[in-house]
Design a protein around this ligand. Structure first.
Ligand code: NCD
Length: 320
């Protein structure tokens, strides 16, 4: 693994499977009464978040703490960023304190990559603009594997606001690396302009995709949030129309084969892109994804920060 995690596309199948397999060991720790492991004792991880977050920031924090790293959170609100400090100065200032890893979320695509040019610690992309969110794709793959097994040859449908989604791009990259096939579904206005360069099929018609050419054609459906905060104009006529055409409704759930799960990275707009029947029903992996997030981020931190250490560290971490 490189010394940063910026893009899901940087991961070979071997790297991705190594992270996912170690995450299985970390996952087992989550159900132990005492979750603290000494693996990253003495290491410092800083969560540098220039954009809002609930799941990603807290799961990176928990992941670091369970591995005994010292974890500090800095958010744009409440830091000198709101006094006009530049991204470079903020990154250099934080790195100068001797941190081992920076976990960065930023509203601009490419900002996290830029930080790697200025600092000499490990950098993890926790979401940059509409570009990438590699640990989300890893945790989605982890939750999916646990539910439907090996992803080789599986067909995953991703539907929603793809234009503004960093989750979609990272998932298309990783799912392909893991041997799955992806179909993206969105109205033309929410389909990324360069989608023809992505390795996937596309459609504007969710019903047609879900009804599939052969029964059981769709192995999982991931629905993505309508990102109102990134929208400047009218991408669709009304929310009601979007929900009717692209929402994961009870009717659409019944079109899926019995064991096909439903994913959503959160936060969800219930009643818009996802119905409560889908979000809370037995097919839902929404909370499994959150749980997977801690294990996968423990694994990513472990491989970046302790990867050079001998295998017994992982065995100790896994309680073997
Ligand atoms: C996603 C994000 O921030 O990119 N959420 C997350 O990390 N769980 C998706 C979103 O905001 O819709």
């Amino acid at each position: 693994m490189t010394s940063h995690l910026l893009s899901a596309g940087d991961l070979s199948a071997e790297h991705a499977l190594t992270i996912l397999d170690s995450a299985e060991q970390m996952y087992a720790i989550q159900s132990r009464p005492i979750k603290k492991l000494p693996t990253l004792r003495g290491r410092t991880v800083v969560n540098l978040f220039f954009e809002d977050s609930t799941r990603t920031r807290s799961s990176f924090e928990i992941a670091g703490k369970w591995l005994s790293a010292d974890v500090i959170n800095i958010s744009a609100k409440g830091s000198s960023v709101s006094k006009g400090e530049s991204l470079r100065d903020t990154a250099l200032t934080v790195a100068a304190m001797g941190v081992d890893a920076l976990v960065v979320r930023h509203a601009s695509s490419g900002a996290v990559q830029r930080i790697t040019e200025w600092v000499d610690c490990h950098v993890i992309n926790a979401g940059d603009g509409t570009h990438e969110h590699p640990t989300q794709a890893l945790l989605d793959a982890f939750a999916l594997r646990r539910r439907i097994g090996d992803l080789t040859g599986k067909h995953v449908v991703i539907v929603g606001d793809l234009t503004h989604s960093r989750v979609a791009r990272s998932n298309v990259l990783l799912l392909n690396t893991l041997g799955a096939r992806v179909t993206l579904v969105a109205p033309p206005t929410l389909m990324p302009a360069a989608v023809h360069t992505w390795e996937c099929a596309t459609s504007w018609d969710l019903d047609e995709v879900l009804s599939g050419k052969a029964a059981g054609d769709v192995d999982a459906v991931m629905t993505l949030r309508v990102q109102r905060e990134r929208m400047s104009g009218g991408y669709f006529p009304t929310e009601r129309e979007y929900a009717i055409s692209y929402g994961l409704s009870p009717r659409r759930l019944s079109m899926l084969s019995e064991d096909a799960p439903v994913l959503h990275p959160g936060p969800m707009n219930r009643g818009l892109e996802i119905s409560s029947a889908a979000a809370d029903g037995p097919r839902s992996l929404v909370l499994d994804q959150v749980k997977a997030g801690v294990a996968v981020r423990m694994s990513v931190l472990y491989h970046l920060l302790a990867g050079a250490q001998p295998a017994p560290v992982l065995e100790e971490a896994a309680g073997l």
